[in-house]
Design a protein around this ligand. Structure first.
Ligand SMILES: Nc1ncnc2c1ncn2[C@@H]1O[C@H](COP(=O)(O)OP(=O)(O)OP(=O)(O)O)[C@@H](O)[C@H]1O
Ligand SMILES: [Mg+2]
Length: 471
């Protein structure tokens, strides 16, 4: 964080200082909410959780070097006491980003936020020091904590913004007002909570409503291929930059193809030039993510060549997103078990089909959560797609949604043991342990709650001769 005195922080958050011998003492380290992340100079934000109360850790964080605790009650060690720690954290983030010399880039969308944010960061850091959301910390606590981790040197601050309802994104943009706002797509993730795709579009579009005008440098980066995103152009005063495969996009891809190993390759066109990209990431869905990242980078002054090079070098920074492991025995494991929704299921299955040309392919799939009334139809459609893409074996894992997946495959023409339904992750591991043979490619994917990452992990370890149980 930029150095701030405890007195200044207390004034910014409207808090009372308690047990602070010298209010001019400065916080120089990061602001953290996990006591294990405290380093000398930190400010520790004490949250009251369902199981743990951060206030209980106050003596130990000060012992570890924290300058003070941001707390909702006095704790017997130096503290700034406020009514609500989350609100205070937000106020502090707002104050700090105003003082930073950094350009703020914010992005939202239904699928691919974290993947794209990681791409943007890996491109922009070729140009200047960049701070970005770690993992998927995109809510009202993760966002201010990320913003507060920026320093005087930071030139680009890239923030993932998540929404579970109307006004969520607006709140986040009030804490950290972006100059550049990117909307990736409007899909069906969390549709059950929102009520419908129009409501999701309404919520995501709050990002572009918050941008400054074109004269003040505001830029809305919108997906030309997604009609609900494209329509957000009318909701912003900012300059509109379109990305996508559509001909009207300012930043586009031509000659898109997947290499035999499933990695996208294309010619990147920007308003100021073109250059070729071959990605290290797997799956066609990364083309859209890469174009979005390219549009942001172009807006910030990078050339097509610089962007193409950075995109071609970019790797996965966040786990279980199309994480590919080649086992010594020639089995390829694709662990995409971080999450699943209909769009990402389709993208992953297509990548599996590309990677598995001439090989035996396995799709180990589980439920996609939060689909509301569309759950049955969407699971059925994924089961059918697996068959249409000629996936050799479908293993549907878990409860009733898995049975819909398998039934979809069956109705599309899979027969015999081409599609099976197993009860849980361990049953999937047991089945694959006995069935996999050299040359096979296995995709593992479901919503996070199904916990299929354990299957991916166990299968990777099976190839090294280590333990394979998830029990
Ligand atoms: N453009 C895309 N279209 C469809 N699926 C995608 C896209 N980009 C990534 N995915 C897939 O979607 C899943 C989630 O990816 P990612 O974590 O990047 O999304 P997210 O929007 O950050 O999710 P969350 O809402 O959980 O934060 C992964 O399985 C990934 O492979
Ligand atoms: Mg995310």
């Amino acid at each position: 964080m930029i150095a701030l005195s405890l007195a200044e922080i207390a004034a910014v958050v409207g808090g009372q200082t308690h047990d602070i011998p010298d209010p001019s003492t400065q916080v120089t380290g990061p602001v953290v909410r996990d006591s294990r992340e405290v380093v000398p100079g930190s400010l520790f934000a004490a949250f009251v959780g369902a199981r743990v109360d951060g206030h209980d850790y106050a003596p130990q964080v000060v012992e570890a070097g924290a300058v003070a605790v941001l707390a909702s009650r006095p704790v017997g060690v130096p503290a700034i006491v406020v009514d609500d720690v989350q609100t205070a954290l937000g106020a502090l983030a707002r104050h700090v980003v105003r003082r930073l010399g950094a350009t703020l880039v914010a992005l939202t969308g239904s699928a691919g936020k974290t993947s794209t944010k990681d791409l943007i960061a890996q491109v922009l850091r070729h140009k200047a020091p960049t701070v970005f959301t770690p993992g998927s910390l995109n809510n009202e606590i993760g966002l201010p904590l990320t913003a507060l981790s920026a320093t005087e040197e930071t030139r680009f601050l890239v923030l993932e913004m998540g929404a579970r309802g109307i006004c969520h994104i607006r709140y986040l943009t009030e804490l950290t007002p972006p100059r550049i706002g990117l909307v990736l797509n409007v899909g069906t993730a969390h549709i059950g909570e929102f009520g419908g795709r129009e409501q999701i579009a309404q919520a995501k579009g709050e990002l572009v409503e918050a941008l400054p005008s074109a004269q003040d440098g505001g830029a809305a980066i919108l997906n030309a291929d997604d009609p609900l995103v494209r329509a957000m152009a009318s909701r912003t005063k900012a300059k509109v930059v379109l990305f996508g495969e559509s001909a009207e996009a300012d930043v586009r891809a031509e000659n898109v193809r997947l290499t035999d190993s499933g990695q996208p390759s294309f010619r990147l066109h920007t308003p100021s030039g073109a250059s070729d990209v071959t990605m290290r990431l797997y799956g066609e869905h990364h083309v859209s993510n890469a174009l979005a990242a390219a549009a942001v980078a172009h807006e910030l002054g990078m050339s097509a060549e610089e962007i193409a090079l950075a995109l071609s070098e970019a790797g996965t920074l966040s786990r279980w997103r199309m994480e590919v492991t080649e086992r010594p025995d020639g089995v390829t494991i694709v662990n995409d078990a971080y999450n699943a929704n209909p769009e990402s299921m389709r993208a992953a299955l297509k990548a599996l089909a590309a990677m598995g040309k001439g090989r035996r392919t396995w799709a180990v799939l589980g439920k996609m959560a939060e689909l509301g009334d569309e759950a049955l139809a969407e699971h059925d459609a994924v089961g059918r797609l697996a068959v249409r893409l000629n996936v050799s074996k479908l293993v549907a894992v878990g409860g009733v949604e898995a049975s819909w997946l398998q039934l979809g495959a069956y109705n599309e023409g899979s027969w015999g043991e081409e599609s099976v339904h197993v009860s849980d992750a361990q049953a999937a591991i047991d089945l694959l342990r006995s069935e996999l043979r050299p040359g096979d490619v296995v995709l593992v994917k479901a919503s996070r709650s199904v916990g299929l990452e354990s299957v991916g992990q166990a299968l990777v370890e099976a190839g090294t001769g280590r333990g394979v149980d998830a029990r």
